[in-house]
Design a protein around this ligand. Structure first.
Ligand code: ADP
Ligand code: ZN
Length: 621
């Protein structure tokens, strides 16, 4: 009965055919009053896990979310589906708040979004006491984890939900959690008794690629121009300054790009975020301050111009690409300088030794991912405790890097560092050490008489870029360390085994041009990816449907995807339904949207069909 109810809601309200993964089990469990901790990757379909139980259980589903700036869009999206939703947060005036409160008390809301800091106010708790609550959904539950990357102190107070409303089921959801973080979430939210649902973290439609940083601006421009012209994307940079610089670079090259970082005033940030959500094909250049809860489904690429601090953060950020299941790219450029910088940040960070050690181990895992010769996805999923086979859709699968025996190269480099340190009591950064290996008589070399070292010029058989790769990989493998403000190189405990010839060092040789990896993948895709390539006539219809959608979205002041996702419009363009009944079978077309937009869609299809075919090469009109 309840399953039929849940499935009925899925068809009728959301217009979807079937549950995905563990959605059905989660939904049944919560409808029956059970607590749940749900781990699903970004785009996995977490929202339905609480939205459907909230529809079926009596009362209002209260959703705790830290994402105040997105609540309006979330409510708009639910309203477009014909649901009754509201939010309470600090952006409202008292009049707006009262309207929502009385709707809640009158039992007229299916879902109520609440910022966690609201629960500090007694008035808010008393309000909740007076209404009927169907469930509590704790979104972005990893925010309760103190050692995670998004800690929000207000989340710590959420354990009181259970004490105050013991009979109301709670469902906590997150897209980031290793086993350790998961245990921490369960403990802090008093969810030890809850059933845990852990979905696969794989996002097969995202192509993972990591390449050495040579000229990052040029590399980024090439990525955008050759593969993602006109696509929406996010570019992550470490610093505010590089965000600004990169946004200017893209804009200067005729690409619509906006900056987002914590140094911008609230108004600009809100405006830029709203434009990113509402306009098609815009690139957001941002620090990691941007992105949590951004559920724009058609982000086609996420690029990192700097090395992320941890795999958890990286995976969450890249997960913002391709939520609609269509092909998307996660691209990262990283270099030696990133390693030096990150190590320095860790050394200078606040907190005790244990904390710094944790940061360092996060970084090591990230570096190991960058330098692997194995499938990137296998490594990523392995980090989350999931076994996988080589994926065929990452750079190392598509153009396997060679691994080579770098033991002798490593010995040369380590002994240069050793001699400088032990014989001269001097430490230098990678640049100097490489100059010495290459036998270059630079000013520094002359000043310090480095030419008299026995290691001077012993590395002339390799290019400078190759040596930088060796340094990077020795750092990644913990066979070399960087220290201090100048990033000087030092030996580690593990170095001696290499120097003594007791340890072999395998290194990765970059394929000639890593970016080429994308090409075979695009052609060879199957499944949902195949849907991306429409025949030319259907592509024209798709573009017309998008134009219709853009106009309607503008008129209603909502993001375009709130009306229909690209994936839904593509299916309509491909199947060309002739009646409302046929249109209603398309995935993503529920009852409310069919009633509201069905005729307009059929009219748009009719108008395109009655136009004479446009000769290829000529524009429209
Ligand atoms: P998450 O919150 O886990 O990141 P969402 O709940 O936003 O993911 O869902 C991701 C996308 O998948 C959304 O566009 C959503 O409408 C869609 N989706 C979710 N469940 C289903 C389903 N059972 N069938 C089809 N599409 C679904
Ligand atoms: Zn792979």
């Amino acid at each position: 009965m309840q399953v039929a109810g849940a499935l009925g809601a899925l068809h009728r309200v959301f217009g979807y055919d079937a549950f995905r993964g563990e959605q059905q089990q989660v939904i049944e469990h919560v409808i029956a009053g059970g607590d749940a901790l749900v781990l699903m990757p970004t785009g996995g379909g977490k929202s339905l896990c609480y939205q459907i139980p909230a529809l079926i259980r009596p009362g209002t589903g209260v959703v705790i979310s830290p994402l105040i700036a997105l609540m309006q869009d979330q409510v708009d999206a639910l309203t477009a589906l014909g649901l009754r939703a509201g939010f309470l947060n600090s952006t409202q005036d008292s009049g707006q708040r009262r309207l929502v409160e009385s709707a809640f008390l009158a039992g007229e809301l299916d879902l109520l979004y609440l910022a966690p800091e609201r629960l500090r106010a007694d008035s808010a708790l008393r309000l909740l006491d007076r209404g009927t609550i169907s469930l509590f959904a704790i979104d972005e539950a990893h925010c309760v984890s103190q050692w995670g990357h998004d800690f929000r102190p207000d989340y710590l107070a959420l354990s009181q939900l259970h004490e105050r409303w013991p009979s109301v089921p709670r469902i906590a959801l997150t897209a980031t959690a290793t086993a350790a973080t998961r245990a921490e979430i369960a403990a802090r939210l008093s969810l030890q008794e809850a059933r845990h649902f852990v979905a696969s973290f794989d996002r097969p439609n995202i192509q993972y690629r990591i390449e050495p940083k040579a000229s990052p601006s040029r590399q980024l421009l090439e990525l955008v121009r050759s593969e993602h012209a006109g696509d929406a994307g996010i570019v992550y940079c470490l610093s505010r300054a590089s965000v600004e610089k990169t946004a200017e670079l893209l804009s200067g090259s005729g690409i619509t790009a906006l900056p987002y970082h914590a140094g911008l005033d609230t108004r600009t940030r809100t405006l830029n975020q709203a434009r990113f959500l509402r306009e098609d094909g815009l690139i957001m250049v941002a620090t990691i301050a941007f992105g949590m809860g951004i559920d724009k489904p058609d982000v086609r690429f996420v690029a990192h111009l700097d090395l992320p601090k941890s795999i958890e953060g990286y995976y969450q950020e890249t997960g913002r690409a391709g939520r609609d299941g269509l092909p998307a790219t996660a691209w990262l450029a990283y270099g030696l300088q990133d390693v030096v910088l990150q190590r320095r940040l860790i050394d200078g960070s606040e907190g005790d030794i244990a904390h710094r050690r944790r940061l360092a181990s996060h970084l090591d895992a990230m570096l190991a991912l960058c330098e692997t010769v194995e499938c990137r996805r296998t490594q990523l999923l392995g980090y989350f405790g999931e076994a996988a086979v080589p994926c065929g859709n990452c750079d190392t699968c598509l153009s396997p890097p060679q691994s080579w025996d770098g033991t002798i190269a490593a010995q040369k480099l380590l002994s240069a560092v050793f001699r400088l340190d032990r014989e001269r009591r001097q430490r230098f950064g990678a640049g100097q050490v490489i100059d010495i290996l290459l036998g270059r008589a630079t000013a520094k070399v002359i000043e310090h008489d480095h030419a008299s070292l026995t290691v001077f010029g012993i590395g002339a058989e390799q290019r400078e870029a190759d040596w930088r790769g060796v340094v990077r990989q020795l750092l990644a493998q913990g066979l070399l360390a960087v220290e201090g403000d100048y990033g000087t190189l030092a030996l580690t405990e593990a170095s001696s085994a290499v120097l003594a010839g007791r340890r072999q060092v395998m290194l990765r040789r970059e394929p000639e041009r890593a970016a080429r990896a994308a090409k075979p993948a695009r052609a060879a895709k199957t499944g949902s990816a195949a849907a991306a390539a429409l025949p030319p006539a259907a592509e024209e219809v798709f573009q017309q449907l998008r134009a219709w959608r853009a106009a309607s979205a503008k008129e209603q002041g909502v993001p375009a995807y709130v009306i229909f996702h690209d994936a839904t419009l593509r299916q309509i363009a491909a199947e060309s339904p002739a009646t409302l009944a046929e249109l209603g079978t398309v995935s993503g077309v529920g009852e409310t949207k069919l009633t509201r937009y069905g005729q307009q869609i059929l009219d748009t299809l009719g108008a395109v069909a009655s136009q004479p075919p446009v000769p290829s090469g000529a524009g429209g009109g």
